[in-house]
Design a protein around this ligand. Structure first.
Ligand code: SF4
Ligand code: MG
Length: 327
């Protein structure tokens, strides 16, 4: 199957007074049509920056995509101009964030905000846009759509706002939806409803979903394919069942140990000892070595490459390098 999105050797850097932060450091991955790819990792591992890079939203004066390519249906998004990119964003690729409030305009009604992309990207007239907006509100599982259209953001709950954001994001029928921690700010019941709804929308439209999360419960429920990031790099990736049943990288193994068990009150949640390294102090090494119980000499001085460890799985770890293990 052809890839919808194909990322090769993407690097996104931020240039600070103290030095260069390689927030995303030479990562490659693919998203197929209709597939859900989850990117998982602790905060600061580069997952949101990866999403912002795809969307062309790395705009801070000190940050830029420093290398690689982001091909969407064969076109390198990095070579597009501002206007071409704006057309793709919102039409072919859209994104939702953790905080719906931050993406909605507090002084415009939900109706105005929902109709705008329909009129801009799909060139619908005001009446048609309104009709479509009402349908969308029903599709994201909200009752009394007429009432909702007239509301302002502050009149709705967090869960309702996230539904609205999803309605806006899918309004133009994107081929790829990028969701960055879409349920993190919501309580557990609402989380489950939103995930169900995303799955339904996906099934109906055959869109692909790139879901960013630090929550392995969400990954288990949603993913076809999982990418584990650590300190700007991909340290492991694979099909969800394979990766959950046979995690190979010590970091993935640690993450899976720290996964809360449903319906089981745990006195203490396992957390991986140690801290994510300071991005300004990284040297050639496995960036996880300070926290790894299986660390060997080579791990401190040489970076392991991401390699196939089984048919559906890759890991970047010296444990799987024959030459090291077997002398
Ligand atoms: Fe641990 Fe070494 Fe593997 Fe890094 S490369 S995860 S330090 S064993
Ligand atoms: Mg983030």
């Amino acid at each position: 199957m052809n890839n919808l999105l194909s990322i090769e050797h993407l690097s996104t850097h931020f240039y600070t007074e103290e030095g260069t932060v390689k927030a995303v450091d030479d990562i490659s991955f693919r998203v197929k049509p209709g597939e859900t790819v989850c990117i998982v990792g602790e905060s600061g591992c580069g997952k949101s920056i990866t999403a912002m890079s795809i969307m062309g939203l790395i705009q801070s004066p000190g940050g830029k995509v420093a290398g690689g390519s982001i091909r969407f249906e064969g076109t390198d998004l990095l070579e597009l101009g501002r206007n071409e990119m704006r057309t793709i964003r919102g039409h072919d690729i859209s994104m939702i964030f953790q905080e719906p409030m931050s993406s909605l305009n507090p002084v415009l009604t939900i109706g105005e905000q929902l109709c705008e992309p329909l009129m801009e990207h799909l060139k619908l007239g005001r009446k048609e846009a309104r009709k479509r907006a009402l349908e969308l509100i029903e599709q994201v599982g909200m009752s009394r759509p007429e009432q909702i259209l007239k509301s302002y953001p502050h009149e709705l709950s967090g869960g309702m706002l996230q539904r609205i954001m999803i309605a806006i994001a899918v309004s133009c029928g994107p081929k790829l939806l990028i969701a960055d921690e879409p349920t993190t700010a919501l309580d557990v019941t609402i989380q489950a409803q939103i995930l169900d709804m995303l799955r339904e929308l996906k099934a109906r439209s055959h869109m692909s979903l790139m879901l960013i999360t630090h929550d392995l419960g969400v990954v288990a429920e949603m993913a076809d394919y999982v990418i584990v990031m650590y300190a700007g790099k991909i340290v492991e990736e694979g099909e969800v069942v394979q990766l959950f049943n046979h995690p190979q990288h010590p970091y993935t193994q640690g993450l899976l140990k720290s996964k809360p068990v449903l319906n089981q009150r745990q006195k203490e949640l396992y957390s991986i000892p140690g801290q994510v390294p300071n991005p300004l102090e990284l040297t050639a090494s496995c960036y996880f070595h300070d926290r790894c119980a299986q660390c060997m000499d080579i791990c401190r001085v040489k970076e392991p490459a991401l390699k196939e460890v089984s048919a559906q799985q890759k890991a970047a770890c010296w444990l799987y390098e024959e030459a090291v293990v077997h002398g």
